[in-house]
Design a protein around this ligand. Structure first.
Ligand SMILES: [Zn+2]
Length: 247
């Protein structure tokens, strides 16, 4: 098929991806920041939720580092905005489960006290034991953002101590856009599939647009803050979603 259509051989539809991942009933996504759930795996979540899969989401950080210079919006007010945006985005994707927010300090996860790291791994392990997911999704191990690399480490630690064992699957947010060549997966490091999101792209874009504060539409006194531009949204939703699992 690939040769005839010019389509990449690793591009698959949702049903084939779910079978390859062993996804039958339930998944857990560990998300560094509110918005990574949509950018990284929004297409998968639309398909999985509509197939009746329980989609549980844990957001690690409070998201307060995107517009730190805002005066009109206190840190706690900004954290609250980002929580609501994540909830709206997940509803837009069709996810019915309520997300959980751990509120670790945004952009500071690599310098957390060891006791807080251990407590976070334990909380995640308890969530894994309670939810019993088929797979645990987390951000790619060499994502350019420190919190995304932390998510990979803490997800591995949680799975190592959890009584319930699940396949770890990595998804990408920034690696295809701002990652260097060293950040990309090396040959034989992992196995991967590319999910075709063509039929759910509009839903993914709509969910991304629910993150209004990241579009520059909320914290208006902090114009130097992070902004998802139209060009960036187009780039983030044009391609397939890549899913890697350790080989
Ligand atoms: Zn992020």
């Amino acid at each position: 098929v690939g040769a005839r259509t010019g389509r990449h051989l690793m591009v698959v539809e949702y049903a084939e991806l779910a079978a390859w991942l062993g996804l039958h009933r339930c998944l857990l996504v560990i998300v560094p920041h509110s918005d990574d759930e949509t950018i990284g795996c929004g297409g998968l979540l639309v398909h999985a939720a509509s197939a009746g899969i329980e989609c549980h989401v844990v957001v690690l950080t409070d998201g307060a580092a995107s517009h730190p210079e805002s005066v009109a919006w206190s840190r706690s007010a900004r954290v609250d905005v980002r929580r609501r945006e994540c909830e709206t985005a997940l509803k837009t994707l069709g996810v019915r489960q309520i997300p959980v927010f751990l509120d670790l300090p945004d952009a500071e996860t690599l310098t957390l006290p060891a006791s807080l790291c251990a407590a976070t791994a334990t909380r995640l392990a308890h969530a894994i034991e309670r939810i019993r997911p088929d797979i645990v999704l987390t951000t790619w191990r060499r994502e350019p953002h420190c919190d995304h690399r932390f998510a990979f480490v803490i997800a591995n630690e949680a799975l190592a101590v959890s009584q319930h064992k699940a396949q770890l699957v990595e998804y990408m947010v920034w690696t295809p856009i701002t990652g260097g060549s060293d950040d990309q997966p090396r040959a034989d490091e992992t196995q991967y599939r590319l999910l075709d999101i063509e039929h759910v792209r509009d839903r993914k874009i709509a969910a991304l647009r629910a993150h209004r504060s990241q579009l520059g539409q909320v914290f208006k006194d902090a114009p130097a803050g992070f902004t998802l531009t139209s060009d960036l949204i187009a780039e983030m939703t044009a391609r397939h979603e890549r899913y890697d699992r350790g080989s």
